[in-house]
Ligand binder design. Sequence first.
Ligand code: CA
Length: 225
Amino acid sequence: MNNTILIVEDEPKLASLLADYLRQAGFDTHHIADGLKVEAWVREHAPALLLLDLMLPGKDGLAIARDLRRFTEVPVIMVTAKVEEIDRLLGLELGADDYVCKPFSPREVVARVKTVLRRLNAPQAQPIADGVVLDPLRFRVSAGENSIELTAVEFHLMETLHGEPGRIYSRDQLMDRIYPDNRIVSDRTIDSHIKKLRRKLEGLLPGEELVHSVYGAGYKYEPPV
Ligand code: CA
């Protein structure tokens, strides 16, 4: 899955600050400062989402958003320097998925990005074909004849790890996934949920280790062999 956030922003410091925070949150980023270069890049690379500044050299954010909509549904978060602008932008029905006002906290922007992506991706989430089936309505995981019931937190951890087999998630990334409201929880909280999850998974496929801890890095899911 493409995980790249395209940052269209002509203030280099702001762009690199956003890029830092987004990368910490597990995204790849690309930065474009010139409004005229956006469309070609989007056509070629199909990013997961755009953070689109309104005032840009070359071509402004409004014109870019309008032209993008002719060929792509890529989610767009518009960034504007004026709160008053937002009302006007909403009236234009640009098909932007959210609006952020400068000055913003990078944390807030990352949370918005995640929310937009989660909202868009939720219905299409495809289980991987490894025989381990997740039921998000019941927080239940099954494999063949066996099934186990998880708590909400355990299920979201499982869902995240299982969604990208082999990918190592840091504790911070997992915390972001299960506590999107930026609640402060300690690393130990994640460890203790993972511990309970692993214990339950033993009842699903005895003898198989599905959730692995990676020393000094975090956790990953490996399909059963
Ligand atoms: Ca600008």
